[in-house]
Ligand binder design. Structure first.
Ligand SMILES: Nc1ncnc2c1ncn2[C@@H]1O[C@H](COP(=O)(O)OP(=O)(O)OP(=O)(O)O)[C@@H](O)[C@H]1O
Ligand SMILES: [Mg+2]
Length: 582
């Protein structure tokens, strides 16, 4: 799996080479130390040769300094490489998520995507950094130190060969179990992020419903679950350290015991024994480091898999492959919409394969204003979402200008459609900046015109800073109805062939709403308008009204026609009139 991440090192691949040579140099310096030390003990001290001792001593200091220098440079290069790696990885993930369809995002959940982009990526970054510092160094140190140790005393080296397998098996057992726990940790982190995200977005609702205590409980639960599994994993990992110390100290004792006897019989010098012990330490420490890398791998295995899952997901709504230049329309001309035998169901576990829309057939002529009305959950939003391909139909076809929407270039299709989603959002920035989302190079005249159609110009002018008023996150400092009108203006500024308003005037008073419809009639003659609404007054004067009931079309016609022929429509009319009367 890890080789899949290699390309993300990008231009920092050269750092790998630097690190490689730095590590080699560092290891050589460090390995020379015990050798020189044993020379001092065995040759310098017995002969009381001060010159020899200082010469070797100075060499040792020089080597130590060089080792520090190499170590520091290695840290710099590995930090650089790992940061660059993480940046590249985050960018790829972010770009991938941008290409996701709504269905893809439903599948992962936003919270999980955030964890994958942040915590999981950081985990991978730490792994890369540690790899560059340890992964090269540990085995190199291990092998070289072993060669030196064997060259000093082959018989004593048997102890090393007994100790290493014990260390490795012990660590591996722990690591294997930890791997599963780390997957749980990341999943619970998703859960916690989900809770935090949902709470922060809906903090006003939480306060309004005095649900803070309930939310705190929910947070506590998610937080405790995370802590519990993190502690479990931590406990397990902390087992590694006593295992290592036990083996390390045991081996040292054995070396001193047997080596001491050899020194006694004169078959080994004291300096040689000291040198051997130093190499033993280096071998054991390298083995430990090596095992640490495996622990790190265990952790990052979980994170890596979660990242790859995102990178490997094919956006399920993709640009069509143009079969020939002619077959793909370059622009949207008239804005005619047609639904042909459309069925749709959401691909989620809860939907249980039930159709949300079935057998939808209708045509909207260019320039017409068409209204869609129906009970909540009847599938109105779902139906209009199919037009700009926010979702794809399960069966049947949606056609714009007599071309299947799947044959359009996605950008061409979507730039031809102005859409105000039911859950509309404004971004932090000025009102002007927000409106310019519709058309980046619109001049003041155009902006004002769009705002006028949406009946937003007047209230914007009334604000102290007018169009330069800064909106808070999500547009908190304007009212619900004002926000809706800004969103409509933004969509109009796009000068779309098709304008879709999903329940976008629900918070606007009826008089203003009537003015908006009037402005649509006068100013958007060439735009096909689809309006989803709950109020009869909002749909009454549309050219055509589609009545949706439980995912099926129950009737299509004008207000008069439907009032006489359609029971559901009449019921909605009557219930709203009763509401007015009472
Ligand atoms: N992303 C989704 N994943 C799964 N099911 C969904 C999703 N969005 C909507 N649904 C389901 O599809 C059905 C139709 O939803 P839709 O939002 O289209 O209704 P609607 O007519 O727009 O309702 P409202 O008037 O309340 O906006 C509902 O039963 C809903 O539970
Ligand atoms: Mg809806």
């Amino acid at each position: 799996m890890f080789q899949r991440f290699f390309p993300y090192l990008g231009k920092y691949k050269k750092n790998l080479i630097f690190c490689f040579f730095l590590v080699i140099s560092d290891v050589i310096c460090e390995l020379m130390m015990p050798l020189l030390m044993s020379k001092i003990v065995d040759n310098g001290i017995p002969q009381k040769n001060i010159r020899y001792i200082s010469l070797v001593g100075i060499t040792m200091v020089a080597l130590a300094l060089a080792s520090i220098l190499f170590g520091t440079l290695n840290m710099k290069f590995s930090a650089e490489a790992s940061q660059g790696f993480a940046a590249n990885l985050r960018e790829s993930l972010f770009n991938k998520v941008q290409s996701f369809s709504f269905a893809n995002i439903d599948h992962f959940s936003t919270a999980s995507l955030v964890t994958r982009l942040t915590s999981d990526t950081t985990q991978m970054q730490v792994t890369v950094m540690m790899c560059l510092r340890i992964l090269l160094r540990a085995p190199m140190m291990l092998v070289c130190a072993m060669v030196f140790a064997i060259s000093i005393n082959a018989r004593l080296s048997v102890i090393i060969f007994i100790a290493i397998p014990i260390l490795v098996v012990g660590t591996m057992l722990v690591v294997r179990t930890a791997e599963r726990l780390f997957t749980t940790v990341q999943k619970r982190l998703d859960g916690l992020n989900g809770t935090i995200r949902e709470n922060l977005i809906a903090i006003r609702v939480v306060k309004a419903f005095v649900r803070a205590r309930h939310e705190k409980e929910k947070f506590k639960k998610a937080n405790n679950a995370l802590t519990e599994s993190a502690i479990q994993a931590g406990n397990l990992i902390s087992l590694v350290s006593p295992i290592m110390m036990l083996v390390l100290n045991g081996a040292t004792l054995a070396v001193i015991w047997f080596g001491g006897k050899m020194v006694g019989t004169g078959s080994m010098g004291t300096g040689q024994l000291l040198g051997f012990i130093s190499y033993l330490m280096q071998i054991m420490i390298s083995t430990m480091m090596f095992s640490m890398i495996f622990i790190l791998f265990a952790r990052s295995q979980a994170s890596g898999a979660r990242i790859l899952e995102v990178l490997d997901t094919e956006p399920d709504i993709r640009n069509s492959e143009p079969a020939g230049q002619d077959s793909q329309p370059h622009s949207m001309n008239s804005g005619k919409i047609e639904f042909r035998n459309v069925d749709f169901r959401y691909n989620t576990a809860e939907s249980e394969g039930k159709n949300v829309l079935s057998d939808i057939n209708f045509t909207v002529e260019p320039g017409e204003i068409t209204a869609i009305i129906g009970g909540t959950g009847s599938g109105k939003s779902t139906m209009v979402n199919l037009i700009p391909r926010l979702y794809d139909t399960t069966c049947g076809q949606v056609l714009v200008d007599d071309t299947d929407v799947r044959n359009y270039d996605l950008d061409t299709l979507r730039s031809g459609i102005g859409m105000v989603l039911q859950k509309n959002v404004l971004f932090s920035g000025t009102i002007r900046e927000n409106l310019l989302w519709g058309c980046a190079d619109a001049d003041n005249e155009k902006i004002k015109n769009a705002a006028e159609i949406a009946q937003a110009h007047e209230f914007i002018e009334g604000l102290p800073d007018g169009y330069e008023t800064v909106l808070g996150e999500g547009g908190v400092n304007v009212s619900g109805g004002q926000k809706q009108r800004l969103c409509i203006a933004r969509a109009i500024l796009k000068n779309p062939r098709i304008l879709i308003l999903d329940d976008s005037t629900s918070a606007v008073d009826t008089a203003t709403e009537a003015k908006i419809r009037e402005a649509f009639r006068n100013s958007l003659k060439n735009t096909t308008v689809l309006i989803i609404a709950q109020r009869i007054s909002s749909v009454k004067d549309a050219d055509k009204i589609i009545v949706l009931d439980d995912g099926k079309i129950s009737g299509i016609g004008t207000h008069e026609e439907l009032y006489h022929s359609n029971d559901i429509y009449r019921e909605i009319c009557n219930s709203q009139q009763e509401g007015l009367a009472s």
